[in-house]
Design a protein around this ligand. Structure first.
Ligand SMILES: [Zn+2]
Length: 290
């Protein structure tokens, strides 16, 4: 899934939403992932129908969902402002969910926006808010749209069966040469990360390497807990630009001691939850880890 090696060993076994999951580790690069041959979350029908129902007992956007997305949107806009990048004229959100992030770009920066969301009810909700939406990246690419200045992908990469291929597709078909990619994933070293639909568990190292293999140069990585925690770095947000010369992508640098770092991170998490419970987990409309 990252370096191309087929050598893997079992890393962990867990249950999620009643399904048994096996996580493997690539023996060459250290990436932790589910086997795509075994996982049910690889089937596109899973996202169109089952995903939201399994995760939240409803296929419709919930109040909690909309709240989390609006908090995330405000945070991402503030991160971008801090980087002094030009206001993006055209923004594409892949995995746009209910369209909250795109609505924020529209409102704050006057951007032209487009969303891709396979979940029918979420896409319909976004459309009802005036956000143009597509059901898949393939459908969007077939429509041959003008290139985007910013592509965002919030909590999507960890769901993809071939993340490097998707990143290359975004770079070669949809992103402007001088455009930006902003994406966020759970941080394996402080977020539980094991979930039915999480095919890859990213660390700061393997996330950078994945972006690099996808043909991007990484400008910045933030570790943070917004909007769920004031103390735990549950999430990794990364800003990148297309690498001008993709003939020169160096091989994946392996990560060592992943298990040890995971154990240290989870120990830190338990300590913080014990001594600073109200900062470890900030209140939500309805408490649930996302
Ligand atoms: Zn590997």
């Amino acid at each position: 899934m990252l370096c191309g090696s087929a050598q893997k060993k079992q890393f962990d076994r867990v249950r999620s939403f009643g399904f048994p999951l096996v996580y493997y580790q690539c023996e060459r690069c250290g990436l932790v992932f589910q086997s795509t041959e075994e996982s049910q979350a690889v089937d596109p029908v899973f996202y169109a129908e089952t995903y939201r129902k399994v995760y939240q007992a409803s296929a419709e956007p919930t109040a909690k969902d909309l709240w989390v997305q609006s908090q995330r949107a405000a945070h991402l806009l503030s991160l971008l402002r801090g980087q002094n990048i030009p206001d993006p004229q055209r923004v594409l959100d892949v995995g746009a969910s209910a369209g909250v992030l795109l609505a924020a770009f529209q409102k704050a920066l006057g951007s032209d926006v487009m969303g891709v969301e396979p979940g029918d009810a979420y896409r319909a909700y976004a459309e009802s808010q005036g956000i143009p939406m597509m059901a898949s990246l393939d459908a969007l690419i077939s429509a041959n749209p003008q290139r985007f200045n910013l592509i965002t992908m919030m909590h999507v990469l960890e769901h993809l069966p071939d993340p490097v291929k998707t990143l290359r597709m975004l770079r070669t078909q949809l992103l402007a040469e001088d455009g930006y990619l902003l994406l966020e994933v759970p941080n394996f070293y402080e977020h539980d990360s094991y979930e039915l639909a999480h095919l890859v568990c990213y660390t700061p190292h393997t996330l950078r390497e994945t972006l690099r293999q996808g043909g991007f140069r990484v400008l910045k990585v933030w570790r943070h807990g917004v909007p769920r925690s004031a103390r735990l770095n549950l999430y990794l947000t990364i800003l990148a630009q297309p690498q001008p010369d993709t003939n020169e992508i160096a091989p994946v640098k392996p990560e060592r001691f992943v298990r040890l770092k995971r154990q240290a991170g989870m120990l830190y998490r338990r300590v913080v939850q014990k001594i600073l419970p109200h900062q470890a987990w900030l209140p939500l409309p309805e408490d649930h880890e996302v």
